[in-house]
Structures are given as C-alpha cells and as structure tokens.
Design a protein around this ligand. Structure first.
Ligand code: ADP
Length: 604
C-alpha cells in the first residue's frame, strides 16, 4: 500500500462542499455519511451525560460509605472480613460502577482514535480511490483530470439512438450540468417525449413526423441529446432557424445550426460587371487577401472569363459474363443512332436534363459508362442520376444479361480526386484571365512581375509536379472555392474536384505587365436545389444576382456563378502569390490570424 503524506486537496474539498460528487466515496465512508455508526451509549435508557453522572455519584458514594465502615471497624476492633449485607451491596455497586466507568473511558478513547478527522492529510483510502479513477480514465481514453471524467461513448441502439445506462447519464450530468431547454415545468407532455427519446421508446428520427412541428422536434431532440451524452450544447443555437426549410432535403435530425461569419470580397470586376463576393470562412486573412486581389484586378481593368463546358456526370458500373459482351454494349451506346435514342430516354427524367455524351471505359467484363448532361441551374447530381436510371432500365431489354452493379461506379467521379475530372471536366469548366499592370503589381500587390512569374513556375507548376499533384497546380484555390460554396449553399464536399485549378503567370507587354489565368475544369455549382434555397445561402446568391432559376435562359445563373467562383479564385491566387513572393505570408497571417482589437489598423 502506497501511503504518502500529502497536503489536503483544496479543489476536491471545494467541489465536495459545492455538492459535486467527483470521486465515488469508499463504501464505508459513504455508509458512514448516510448512517452514522451505532455506539454502545445508544442502547442506554438515559442520555449519556446523565448515565455518566449517575455512575460517578454511585462510585463516590459507595467509596465514601465503605471507607467510613472500614475506619469504624478498625476503631471498634471488628475483623474486616466480617461483612454486613449493606457492605456487600456497596461492594457490588462499586464493582459495577468501576466496570462501567472503565468500559466507557476505554471504548470512548478507542472510538476517538478511529473517528478523529484526519487533520494533516493522511488519507490512504481516498488516495487509492483517486488512483483507481485515474487508471480507469486513462484506459477509456478520456480526460484524466479529476473532475472531467466522462461516461464511455454511447453504444448505438437498433433504433438509431445511442443507448446509455441511466446511472452513467446521471453521472455525466453531474459533471457538466447542461442547461435544460425544456423543463418539466414548461410542458409535462414535452418532458414525457424527451424521456421516451432518451429511453429509446421514440426514435429520434421520427420526432418531426410525430409532432408535426420541426422546431419543437429539434428542441426535444436536442434536450434528449444533452441528457443522453451529459454534454451541454450551449453555444450551438436552436432559435433563429427555419427547421421546416431543411425537412426532407437538407439535414436530418437537426439539433441546432452552426454559425459561420460571412465576409465580403470585392467588387470583383468580371466580364464588365461588378460582384461583391460572399465568403463564409473562419480562416483569418482569406477574405482580406481575396479582397486585395479584387482590388488589383479592378485597378487593371477587370478580368475576363470563358465557360468552356457545362455537364454533370454520373457513371454506373455494369457487369457481363464476358468482356466481349461488355465491349458490345460499349459499341452500342457509342453508335450515333443509338445515342439519339438513349438521349430521348435520358431526357425524360427532367425538362432541364439534356444528355451530351456517354464515355465508356472497360475493366475486363465490367463496363463503366460516364453519362454527361446539362442540368439547367441545378448542380445536377439528382437529375443526372434519374436520367441514368432510365437508360439502364431501357438497355436491359436489349442486354438482358447486363448486371447493374451500381448506379455510381466511381468513374463519375464525385467528391474524390480523379484524373477523369481534371482531364474531361465535370460540372462547369471555366478559364478566367486578367492582365495586371506593372504599377498595380508594385503598389497594390507589393511585388514584382518577374518575381511572381518565377514563383508561379517553381511553386504552382514545378512544385506541384514534384508532389505528384492531381489538379493542384495552384496556390490555394480550394480556400476560395470552399468559402464561396458554403456561403452560397453549394455542396462543400465537391470542393475536392471543384478546386482543381492550374494557375498560369506570364510577363506580357514587353515583360512589364502580368498575365494571370486560372483554368478550372470541374466547378460544380447550382442556384436551385440543395442548400441554395435556405434563407442565408439564398441571400448570398441574391447578392451575386444569381438567386434561383434563370427565367430567360435555363442554366444561365449557375454558369454565371461558376465564372464568379473562377474570378474569385483568380483574385485569391494573385494576392497569396504576391504575399509569398514579397515574403509577407507569415507577417500577414500574424496580423489577420491573431486577435487584434483594432481591425481598421491591420486592414489599412
Ligand atoms: P440537383 O439535381 O442539383 O441535385 P435537384 O434534385 O433539387 O438538384 O433538381 C433541381 C430541381 O429544380 C428539379 O426538380 C428541377 O425541375 C427544378 N428546377 C426548376 N428550375 C430549374 C432550372 N432553371 N434549372 C434546373 N432545375 C430547375
């Protein structure tokens, strides 16, 4: 047993005073707290002090009586062993009182030794308990600081709700005490529902349909989640969001929403029009840097963009018994006459879906058919998938031995880095360029044309080649793509291929000015569907004048948005590359990524 002297723990004492049960007390301590130990005196008919007084009186009275009798016998020469009845009773009383008093003082002394509070911090049992808890905590991978022990991760139940034992949930609650959102006083009915969700009687996912009130469903789910996990969701807002707007299309089982700041870069002068670009980000420096790039583009007369291609893709994988049969289907779909027929079948899926091509690739007896189609103002993943399903159903009559393995066979390729997107394009393929004048490079970007050209060659081209990059021949296209995507309700996971970009820089006009361009083959954006219709995202699209479906020309809004994304990337590339070539990268990040109260000073 490790018995070490240690000072009394003020933190533990404080927490114990506050009623927090941080350390499970040793059983005997607990027992003592709840039921103080029985003493012998508890069995006496009179209070202890009265009993003690009585026995002391008897003891001294009897002693006095016997001593006086003893003196009398000596005086009268009576033998001492001749005892009267009264003397006998007195002797017995004396023995009884001596036994009582000896017993009282003896036991009392031992009891005092045992129960005396430990004044100088020798507490062997407590220390062992702490050691045990520390070991438990480290085994379960939780925080090992006493006071923040958390319950083990909940085990998902069959009904989709994590199961956790009630005592564990209670213990966790004692640690963090999340503020209840719905108290029993608010509504007994709500409290019952919360309890049912916690116990798993009501599946969390069914709350919306059961209650018919999305906001209430989110509130109840949130409260149940807090109770189940013992973790507070304070800071994750519930109020101020339209939960009806996401039902069945954007997010399941909501418990709140994450707040993100939206900054504005611009105006971006692109194709003769000015755009204020919304960027949702928590990366300091990003908006400021893109804004500086916009300033340089504006001061140089603006940027120009060209949309090269517009087609969303989906590639199912089908299998045959032989490679020969797979090849026969490949030739069938590539035959122009057949393609016409398949287009009609495909286009039935939507008035906006128009089949453009079917690109085939064979792997043994498996065939991958990459369907590409225009999708109007929608990003188009659902639309193209529906069209592909129609075609597969149709092909099954001519190719009954075709086994459809998957509607998506990863030759599409969605949300994964793939050369096929980089080479063939996916969504909108855009090239955007600008000529930045020499004096703007110097005054606004604080660098030199030659330095930028050299850096671009060695970093974005050679460096990325050395890294074996796939579509990553740029400085930070994904920074701008992600921020604009989140602000405008695009699918942020498509940032993977949407950020494919090659940035080129060249000295022009006798080496004085800078020609800069970004080529982005797979920008996947839409202005209808998905998250674009949510209030905040819709407001950002509105700011760019691309909200919703374009009434005059289907797809014009989505295409315009793609060019704005490319233009913003151009601005971002210019500014970051300039900062790096001027050696300002670290210093500017120190300014913008560190808290500074006076933002106007660092921005100037
Ligand atoms: P996605 O295909 O991008 O996943 P959806 O499945 O929501 O998006 O499809 C877009 C929906 O919007 C379709 O039902 C389509 O008919 C409708 N829609 C309305 N106007 C347009 C438009 N201009 N372009 C594309 N789709 C549109």
């Amino acid at each position: 047993m490790d018995v070490r002297r240690r000072p009394a723990n003020p933190i533990l004492r404080e927490k114990a005073d506050a009623g927090e049960q941080l350390i499970k007390p040793h059983k005997s301590h607990q027992h003592q707290q709840q039921h103080p130990p029985m003493k012998a005196s508890d069995a006496l008919p009179l209070p202890l002090h009265l009993t003690n007084g009585l026995f002391f009186t008897i003891f001294f009275s009897v002693m006095y009586f016997l001593l006086s009798r003893w003196r009398e016998k000596i005086r009268n020469s009576i033998p001492l062993h001749v005892v009267t009845l009264s003397e006998l009773v007195a002797v017995l009383s004396l023995i009884a009182s001596v036994i009582y008093l000896l017993g009282f003082f003896g036991i009392g002394f031992v009891q005092t030794l045992i129960s005396r509070p430990n004044p100088d911090g020798w507490d062997v049992e407590d220390e062992n308990t702490e050691q045990f808890l520390l070991q438990e905590d480290s085994r379960s991978g939780t925080c090992t600081t006493l006071g923040c022990a958390v319950p083990p991760p909940p085990v998902p139940s069959a009904k989709g709700l994590p199961k956790i034992s009630q005592p564990a949930a209670k213990a966790a609650m004692a640690v963090e005490k999340p503020a209840p959102l719905i108290t029993p006083q608010d509504s007994e009915e709500d409290e019952e529902i919360i309890k049912s969700v916690v116990s798993g009687k009501i599946p969390s996912y069914s709350l919306e349909s059961k209650l018919g009130d999305c906001k209430k469903a989110a509130g109840i789910r949130r409260e149940a989640l807090q109770r189940i996990t013992g973790k507070s969701l304070e800071g994750l807002p519930l109020e101020g969001f339209d939960y009806e707007s996401i039902l069945g299309q954007c997010c399941e089982m909501p418990v709140g929403y994450v707040q993100l700041p939206v900054g504005i870069a611009g105006p971006l002068l692109l194709d003769g029009r000015e755009y204020m670009v919304p960027m949702a980000t928590t990366e300091g420096c990003l908006v400021a840097s893109t804004n500086r790039g916009c300033k340089a583009i504006m001061a140089s007369g603006g940027a120009t963009s060209m949309l090269l291609r517009d087609g969303m893709t989906r590639a199912p994988v089908v299998r045959f018994a032989t490679a020969k049969r797979a090849a026969e289907l490949k030739f069938f779909v590539e035959e122009p006459m057949n393609f016409e027929t398949l287009s009609v079948v495909f286009n039935k899926s939507s008035r906006f879906a128009r089949l453009q091509s079917i690109q085939c690739a064979i792997a043994g007896k498996n065939l991958y058919m990459r369907f590409s189609c225009s999708t109007g103002d929608a990003m188009g993943m659902n639309m193209v998938s529906k069209g592909v399903q129609n075609v597969l159903d149709y092909l099954q009559t001519d190719f009954p031995d075709m086994d459809v393995i998957g509607l998506s066979g990863n030759f599409c390729a969605d949300k994964k880095p793939a050369a096929v997107n980089w080479i063939e394009g996916r969504g909108k393929s855009v090239v955007c360029e600008a000529i930045i004048k020499e004096e703007i490079v110097k005054k606004v970007l604080k660098t030199e044309v030659a330095a930028l050209v050299e850096l671009n060659m060695l970093k974005n081209l050679t460096g990325s080649a050395m890294a074996g990059s796939l579509g990553g021949f740029n400085a930070h296209a994904s920074n701008i793509v992600s921020a604009v995507y989140i602000a405008t309700g695009q699918d942020p996971a498509q940032n993977v291929e949407s950020s494919h970009c090659i940035t080129m820089m060249e000295a022009v006009n006798d080496g004085k000015d800078l020609h800069v361009s970004v080529s982005m083959p797979s920008i996947e954006v839409g202005t209808v569907g998905g998250g674009t219709k949510l209030a905040s995202q819709s407001a950002c699209l509105n700011l760019l004048r691309v909200k919703g479906a374009n009434k005059e020309e289907a797809g014009a809004n989505a295409r315009l948005l793609a060019t704005v994304v490319a233009g913003s990337v151009l601005a971002g590339e210019l500014s970051l590359m300039s900062a790096i070539s001027a050696g300002q990268l670290v210093s500017s990040h120190m300014k913008y990524n560190r808290s500074s109260k006076d933002v106007t000073k660092v921005a100037s």
